[in-house]
Each structure stands twice: as C-alpha cells, then as structure tokens.
Design a protein around this ligand. Sequence first.
Ligand code: NAD
Length: 260
Amino acid sequence: MRLKDKIAVVTGAASGIGKEIATAYVREGARVAIADLNLEGAQAAAKTLDNSGTRAMGVAMDVTQEDQVDAGMAQVVKQFGGIDILVSNAGIQIVEPLDQFEFSKWKKLLAIHLDGAFLTTRAALRQMYKQGRGGSVIYMGSVHSKEASVLKAPYVTAKHGLIGLAKVVAKEGAAHGVRANVICPGFVRTPLVEKQIPEQAKELGITEEQVVKTVMLKDTVDGEFTTVQDVAAAAVFFAGFESNALTGQSLVVSHGWFMQ
Ligand code: NAD
C-alpha cells in the first residue's frame, strides 16, 4: 500500500480518468474525496469504492467557483481530517476552429482548467502548509501540454498553462515539502473523448473511424489508446513519491505519441 492513510481530493472524479485514480488511491490505502460538479455521480462512485463512507466520500464542487471549492475542501478536512494529495483533474473539451470560436466557450474552458486548478491548489496548499507534513499536487495535463492540434485552441492553451502553474507550486511548495507534477496522457476513451469523435469527424469532413486512426492515434507507436488504468498508475507514482527530488515535472503517458 503506497498511500496508506493519505487523504486525497480528486476533482472531476465522478467519471473517466478521475474515477479510476480515486479507485487506485483507495486500493493503495488512501481516503479519497471525489469532488465533482455531478454530486450524484460523485456519491455513487464513492459508494462503489466504500459503502461505509470512511474511505471514500462524494463532494459537490464546481471548480470554477471560489466559494464551492473552499467549502468542498473544508468539508473534506472536517470529515477526513486533512489533505495530503490534490489531483486537479476536472476538465472538458470543446472543438471548433479558432476563427469561429465563441468567446464564451473559450472562457468556460479556461475557467474549468485554469481557474479550477488555481482555486483547488490554493485551498489545498493552505491546508498542507498548516498541517506541516508535506503533500503532493498533481495536475491532469495532456499531450496537449506539449503539442498543439487543430480545433483545440483553449484546451492546448490551458494544458500548457498547467505546466507553468506546477512549476510555481514546486518552487513555492518546496519549503513545506509540497511537490507538484503534471501527468500528460494521450487519448483515453472516456466520455470526454467519445463526445469529440463525431464532432471532429464533422469539423474535418472525415469518418469517425478516420478520426480515431488518422487523428487520435496516428503518431502513437502501436495505434493504441492510453487507458484510465495507465493514467492512474502514474497518479499513484507521483502521489507516493515522498521527496522534493521529483517535483516540477511532467510525465507523458501516450503510447509514444509525444516523446520528450
Ligand atoms: P470525463 O468527461 O470522463 O470526466 C470529467 C469529469 O469532470 C466529469 O465527471 C465532470 O462532471 C467533471 N467536471 C466538468 N466540469 C467540472 C467543474 N466545473 N467542476 C467540477 N467537475 C467538473 O473526462 P476525462 O477524459 O476523464 O478527463 C479528465 C481530465 O483528463 C481532464 O482534465 C482532461 O482534459 C484530461 N485528459 C483527458 C484525456 C482523454 O483522452 N480522455 C487525455 C488527456 C487529458
């Protein structure tokens, strides 16, 4: 058990990658708060992991809302007694060409990815610094933290931005033993990706099969999707690494789509 009795908050964990990270963390001995816009989904996910509520809890949180983030984190501290790990994972995707991108959609995406990362980080750091036992902050970046793709201007911008934020947290957090790192997955077949396959097909005028083969997996070494389990394994590794030797880094988990 690599995370025995650690307390983790995972945002966007009612679905997809976050849900699998929450599952892996509980398996590794952590107590996990599943924070999500979708409270029902968060509570259902928590119940599946631990029916008694002692190792997993669902928390209502829109990560773009300062009051909801602060209240949600306070609820975790009250119920579980602290915060040792933050996984800032909540995210969405919107695909449109840049010249047609609506400003409101641009702002919505940046708010979820960047305001959300900032607000949850600030709340977690306040608690971690107060506790004085270090901590781990993990951001869900993407290959799009390193590379660009057409149709994804705000997403690519936000995911690059998370690397900057992680580096600042690494520098400021070091004196408190708080580490910050970024996981950069390739395409993972979650609802976020299932939704964009037909959208990209329409925008690019190709079939859905072509989107998968010629857009999503074209540059991988083996034509394979990354899995939620692959990403969760990286999240366990970062969370369980106990010194400042591993901080300010980004790890690409993408079947070789992007090589450092
Ligand atoms: P998903 O759609 O399966 O899950 C996203 C979760 O975030 C949902 O439960 C949703 O309710 C929640 N959410 C959305 N807006 C929120 C908000 N404002 N506040 C709180 N929760 C909110 O998506 P996923 O594929 O698991 O994506 C998770 C993260 O992984 C995202 O940051 C995404 O950008 C990143 N990512 C995904 C892939 C991929 O291929 N799926 C690849 C690289 C990175």
